[in-house]
Design a protein. Sequence first.
Length: 285
Amino acid sequence: MSKLDSSAERPESEQRAADYWASRMSSFERILARLEDAGLPTEPLTVEALSRVDQMHMGGAASTDELIKFASITATDLVLDAGCGIGGTSRWVAAKTGASVIGLDLTPEAVETAIALNTAMGLNDRVQIHHGSITAMPFGDSTFDVVLIQHCAMQVEAKTDLATECRRVLRPGGRLVFHDWFLGADQPVLYPVPWAAGEETSFLEPLEEMEARLSSSGFTVEEFIDQKESGLQWLAQARASAKKKATDDRGPNGSPRDGSSISDTMVPNIRDDHLLLGFLIASAG
Ligand SMILES: C[S@@+](CC[C@H](N)C(=O)[O-])C[C@H]1O[C@@H](n2cnc3c(N)ncnc32)[C@H](O)[C@@H]1O
């Protein structure tokens, strides 16, 4: 049970999302054990070793490198990692660019693990983690140079609040980059997906609707970079390496234990255009 206040009044859909993730977040001790099992170093802990378990999205750390590139992050930037999970993106961005990063997540258990990892790595001066929702952020206006959203928007019901809050906390000229899921051209989506057993914790919408929300919230939408092919390649690699470790029943961090059923739905979801995956880049006017 988390020591953070999870009982703060929240929209029901956000409480369901936090409940969904609570049991799927690895504790600090569990992460160390997983690294040790994989023969990876834990003293000192490095972002490279941790990336095997703390990048809770398609493409792993390579996708976070793409976010860095699309957001043109430099060492002087203050970056928000919205929906940061256990802080994998936040730590990677800080380590690879020298930027200061603030992570924000709804799930208390994720926040606690993220803080424990940052503390163990001596990163607390450059990577801070806050508990809260992307739809009502605990930050002042024009605080950030960059907002990153990696595999989080698909689970947020109040998407207009998401867009207006991102615009509010970004300085004029700041950059917003999503790496996220949208509804594809061909329905229905097959469940389960890594973020939901069904539609009760999944709030997908077509890309065009998010683009329209961003435009009416004061953003200029610049580009969408489709990740269908790279997503399918990544799933094929993940499936091949899971087969090799057939005796190990643990899925990727944050995925339900039954990794094969996720792969069974996600391959057709992407291949047959039930889901659209990509990078969406916008700038704050
Ligand atoms: C698939 S994980 C991705 C974590 C991280 N972005 C990464 O890529 O490693 C989704 C995360 O979004 C968080 N989340 C869902 N709804 C949120 C909201 N309204 N505000 C903040 N975080 C949210 C969940 O708690 C979970 O940690």
